[in-house]
Design a protein around this ligand. Structure first.
Ligand SMILES: Cc1ncc(COP(=O)(O)O)c(C=O)c1O
Ligand SMILES: Nc1c(O)cccc1C(=O)C[C@H](N)C(=O)O
Length: 426
C-alpha cells in the first residue's frame, strides 16, 4: 500500500500536476517563517498576484484621464463589465448575455426576486433548505412579508433527512411534490455552506419546473468550485459572490445569471440607467428600455475598482484550462484529504460532507469527536500553527482545499497538525 502520509508522496503528487504552478500566482498569507496552509477559500479566496496591477491601472487611468476614462482605450469604464463577461460565462456554463457582474449576492437575490418571485394567493410559497446561510433566509423571509404573505406558512424549509444534516434528492422531490401547487419559487444552493453538499441543479430545476415554480440558485459556494452548466440546467436565475473561490477580494462585486429564455422578459424589475439599452442610454429619455439579457438588470454604473480584481482572477481560471481541469485537481486534493482522515484521523474527525465526490465540491466539513469544546480547541490549535480553516456554529470545522492554490503538502500539514493536537490533548 502506498504510504500517503509522507512528504515524498505529497511532493510527488504536487510535482506531477502542472496546475500546481498556479499557486505561485497568489499571495499566500504568512505564518511565522513560512506560509499558512490556507483552507479558507470558501470564505475569502486569496489575492491573485495580478490583482494589484489591474486595480493600479484603474487608479492611473483615473488620475490621467478623469472623465475621459469612461471612453478611452484600453479598458474604458463604460463597457467595463463586459471585460469579465466571457470569462464568467465560461465559469458558470452560460451564454455571455446570460451573465452580469453587479452589486453583491444578497442585493442581487432581492433584485432577481422582484422579477422571479411573483406570489399569488394560490401560489405564495418559497421552498428553500432548512439551515440555509442566514442572509438567504433573511432575504427570502423579508420578500414573503413584503408581498403580504406569512413566512410561517409560505416560507417552506425542507428538513435534511440524510446523514449529518445533508439532503437526499428524495427529500427535495417529496417537498416539491407535497407543496408544488403552492410554490411560486424554489431557491436552492449549489453547494450548502455548512455541510459542503453539492446538488444536482438540473434535476432540481426539472422538479421545480414540473410543479410550475420558478427555480433560482444561490451559487456562493458553487461558483469557481464546481463546473456549472447553468444554461443547460435550465435555471431561471442564479446569484453568487466573487470573493470565495473566485478570488476577487473582500466584498467583491457579485454575479447574476438570467436564463436566455427570459432575455426579453416582461416580468417586473427594479430598473436603473445601467440596465437601459446601451444604444440609447445617453439620450437621457424618461422611459426605461431594458438591455436584453442579464445586463438589463443592472442598476448603476459599476464600481470599476471593485470589478478590476475579477479580471485578474478570471485570467487564472483561463490559464488553468477552465473549470473541468480545476475540478479534476480539486477531486484529487479533496480525495487526498478524505483518504488521510480515514486512514489516520478516524478516531478524531468525522466527515460531515457526502462521501460521494459527485455530491460535494472542494470543501470537507468536519466534526470533532468529543463535541463542540474539543472542536473549538482543535480549531484554535490549528490556527495557532498557521493552518487556517473556519469554524461554523455549532460544531463544524470547514477545510476547503482550493485547486488554484492549495497543494497536497498543505493537506499533509493539516493532518499532522491534527495528529499533534490529538497527541497533546489526550
Ligand atoms: C450561501 C450564502 N448566501 C449569502 C451570502 C451573503 O453574501 P453577501 O454578503 O455577499 O450578500 C453568503 C456569504 O457571505 C453565502 O455563503
Ligand atoms: N464575507 C464574509 C465576511 O466579510 C466575514 C465573515 C465571513 C464572510 C463570508 O463570506 C462567510 C461565508 N459566506 C460562509 O459561507 O460562511
Amino acid at each position: 500500500m502506498t504510504e500517503l502520509a509522507t512528504d515524498a508522496y505529497a511532493l510527488a503528487q504536487d510535482a506531477a500536476d502542472p496546475l500546481s504552478a498556479l499557486r505561485g500566482q497568489f499571495h499566500l498569507p504568512r505564518h511565522r517563517d513560512g506560509e499558512q496552509a490556507y483552507f479558507c477559500g470558501n470564505s475569502l479566496g486569496l489575492q491573485p498576484m495580478g490583482a494589484r496591477a489591474v486595480v493600479d491601472e484603474v487608479m492611473d487611468k483615473w488620475a490621467r484621464e478623469a472623465v475621459e476614462g469612461h471612453f478611452l482605450q484600453p479598458a474604458p469604464w463604460m463597457p467595463y463589465h463586459e471585460l469579465v463577461r466571457d470569462g464568467l460565462a465560461q465559469v458558470v456554463g452560460a451564454q455571455p448575455t446570460e451573465v452580469v457582474a453587479m452589486n453583491s449576492l444578497t442585493a442581487n437575490l432581492h433584485l432577481m426576486m422582484v422579477g422571479f418571485y411573483r406570489p399569488t394567493r394560490e401560489r405564495p410559497a418559497i421552498l428553500m433548505e432548512a439551515g440555509a446561510f442566514p442572509s438567504d433566509r433573511y432575504a427570502l423571509e423579508s420578500q414573503v412579508r413584503f408581498h403580504g404573505f406569512d413566512p410561517a406558512t409560505d416560507l417552506i424549509e425542507v428538513e435534511p433527512d440524510a446523514a449529518e444534516g445533508t439532503f437526499s434528492m428524495t427529500a427535495i422531490e417529496r417537498a416539491i411534490a407535497v407543496h408544488g401547487p403552492r410554490l411560486a419559487l424554489v431557491l436552492w444552493p449549489g453547494v450548502q455552506y455548512r455541510t459542503g453538499q453539492a446538488f444536482d441543479l438540473a434535476e432540481i430545476a426539472r422538479l421545480g419546473h414540473a410543479a410550475d415554480a420558478v427555480v433560482g440558485f444561490d451559487l456562493a459556494h458553487g461558483v469557481g468550485n464546481l463546473p456549472l452548466r447553468l444554461h443547460d440546467a435550465d435555471a431561471d436565475f442564479a446569484v453568487w459572490c466573487h470573493y470565495k473561490y473566485m478570488n476577487s477580494g473582500p466584498g467583491a462585486v457579485g454575479g447574476c445569471f438570467v436564463h436566455a429564455r427570459h432575455a426579453n422578459t416582461g416580468r417586473p424589475r427594479f430598473a436603473g440607467w445601467w440596465g437601459h439599452d446601451q444604444s440609447s442610454r445617453f439620450r437621457m429619455g424618461p422611459d426605461f428600455v431594458p438591455t436584453p439579457g442579464a445586463d438589463g438588470w443592472q442598476l448603476s454604473n459599476p464600481p470599476i475598482l471593485g470589478l478590476a480584481p475579477l479580471r485578474a482572477s478570471l485570467d487564472l481560471f483561463a490559464r488553468a484550462g477552465g473549470m473541468q481541469a480545476l475540478r479534476e485537481r480539486s477531486l484529487r486534493l479533496t480525495g487526498y484529504l478524505e483518504a488521510l482522515i480515514d486512514q489516520r484521523l478516524a478516531d478524531t474527525l468525522r466527515i460531515v460532507t457526502p462521501r460521494d465526490p459527485a455530491q460535494r465540491g472542494a470543501q470537507l466539513s468536519l466534526r470533532v469527536a468529543g463535541g463542540r469544546e474539543r472542536g473549538r480547541a482543535l480549531f484554535e490549535h490549528l490556527e495557532a500553527n498557521g493552518i487556517v480553516g473556519d469554524w461554523r456554529e455549532p460544531d463544524v470545522i470547514r477545510i476547503s482545499p482550493a485547486p488554484l492554490y492549495n497543494s497536497h503538502a498543505d493537506i499533509l500539514r493539516f493532518v499532522r497538525g491534527v495528529e499533534a493536537w490529538r497527541g497533546e490533548s489526550r
